[in-house]
Structure formats: C-alpha cells, structure tokens
Design a protein around this ligand. Structure first.
Ligand code: DGL
Length: 267
C-alpha cells in the first residue's frame, strides 16, 4: 500500500538532513524517523556492532509496516552495505552509493575530499566506490568526529564551529580538491560554514540529496509512491531523551519536530 511509511534511521540528529530531502521530493509520504541517541556516536564503534543495531531497528520498522528503510547514516550504511538489498527485514537504501556517484560526476580536476566518521573513513568505502566509477580520481579522506558531536548538540555555527571546520578541512584543501563529500549525515546541518571555509572552487556533495532522488525513483518504479496530495505524517522516536531530541531538532529543522517518543533499546 502506497500510504505505508518510509522508515528513516540514524544514530542521532544527522538523519534529519536526509529526511528533509525526502520531504522536499515527496511531501505526501508518511515518515517514521528513529534515532539511537542512547548509543550515539556510532563513528567510534566497531562496524559489526552497528550492523547488529541496524538489523534490530529494521525489525522495528517492519513491525510499523514501513515499505522501505532509508539508512540515513553513512556509518550504518557501511556496516550493512551487503544487507541493503535483501538481507534485512525490509528493503533498504543507504546514503553512500548515491553520494559516491554524485561525487564522481561532480569532480572536474579529479581530486575529491571526503569528511566522515572514523568508521566510514577506515572502511575506505568512498575511495573504493569512486574508484569503481572513475579509476583515475584521487580521494583523500579526513575523519571529523568533533563536527559530529557539535551538530548533535545543535551547534552549527559560531567561532568554535568555524575553527573546528577549518581544522578538519585544512589537509583536504591543501590537496587542491575541487569536490568535497559530506560523508556523515550530521555535516549538512553546518553546510553553510563548510561552504564558506572550503571556498567557491569546491563543490559540496551532500549524499542525502541524491538519496532523496533515489528514494523517489525507487518508490515510483515499484508503484509504492504515495499519491496523496496532503502533507504526510511525521513521527519521531529516539532511544534517548525525547525532549532533548525535540529541542535540538527544532534548531536544526525549524517547525517540523514537535513531538517525539522514547523507544526502548531493541538489543
Ligand atoms: N550521522 C552518522 C553518519 O552519517 C553517524 C555519526 C555518528 O554517530 O558517529 O555516519
């Protein structure tokens, strides 16, 4: 049934940047957003553990009768890349594939930078996928865990963030990149600061943008897009403190997140 919800998952507030893209493309879709704030951040965790978390949350989405899961977290996408098509309780789309394709298309000088979590960088997923598309392209990665923490606190500009961004980008800008992948869904929340520090010569790639388009395409192709002209229902769940989630979310995505519920840890 097309009116079934889309499940969206992240460790925290980052996945809201992907949810926003989905809403932009498909305002009528019903969404269930779930984040695992109690175990945030995922970046320093072993991928095998994150893989288990995602498996369990996908069962939660299946219990809610979702039609599709969007893994709105690069780290969890890396952890479960081989499971996305048919290894989970529901079909799932991750952000990494659409992001790598967008970056490979965007670069003109063949030098791409990636900012992401420690786990995403260690997996070398972006260099591998981009090399498969454009073998001559060079990809330089930079883990930026401090930016993940800032965005999760809702701190997305000001002198401290500018200094943190400057430090994260310096090694990449020194390599003359012309394209920068925001390889963690928390980072588009501070895209305005990143763009300013990267400068006009660097194209920013937010994998959430291409993922939003991919979700729309996938639903249309399987006749599951919701044709309703009304604005969809949006429900928010966290394993952490719902009031804190709402407080930060209303800074990051004003006017949308008004209520949230706590769900118990499922593992
Ligand atoms: N937003 C997530 C990502 O895209 C995870 C950040 C974290 O929990 O460390 O990787």
């Amino acid at each position: 049934m097309p009116s079934r919800s889309i499940g969206i998952f992240d460790s925290g507030e980052g996945g809201l940047t992907v949810a926003r893209e989905i809403v932009r493309h498909m305002p009528g879709e019903n969404l269930i957003y779930v984040c695992d704030t109690a175990r945030f951040p995922y970046g320093p965790r072993p991928l095998s553990q994150v893989r288990g978390f995602l498996r369990d949350f996908t069962r939660f989405f299946a219990d809610q009768d979702c039609k599709l899961v969007v893994v709105a977290c690069n780290t969890a996408t890396v952890a479960a890349l081989d499971l996305l098509d048919d290894g989970l309780a529901l079909p799932a789309i991750g952000v990494v594939g659409p992001g790598a394709r967008a970056a490979a298309t965007a670069t003109r000088n063949g030098r791409i930078g990636v900012v992401a979590t420690q786990a995403t960088c260690a997996s070398r997923i972006y260099p591998r996928l981009i090399a498969g598309l454009r073998p001559a392209v060079t990809v330089r990665q930079q883990p930026c865990p401090v930016l993940v923490i800032r965005a999760e606190e809702g701190v997305i500009d000001g002198p401290q963030v500018r200094e943190d961004v400057r430090r994260c980008l310096a090694p990449l800008l020194a390599e003359d990149i012309d394209t920068l992948v925001l390889g963690c869904t928390h980072f588009p929340h501070m895209q305005h600061v990143i763009a300013e520090i990267a400068g006009p010569g660097v194209t920013l790639v937010d994998p959430g943008v291409a993922t939003g388009r991919e979700v729309a395409r996938r639903l249309a192709a399987s006749a599951q897009a919701n044709p309703s002209g009304d604005t969809g229902r949006r429900s928010f769940y966290t394993t952490g403190d719902p009031q804190r989630f709402i407080r930060v979310a209303s800074r990051l995505w004003p006017g949308v997140v008004k209520t949230a519920e706590r769900i118990p840890l499922v593992v």
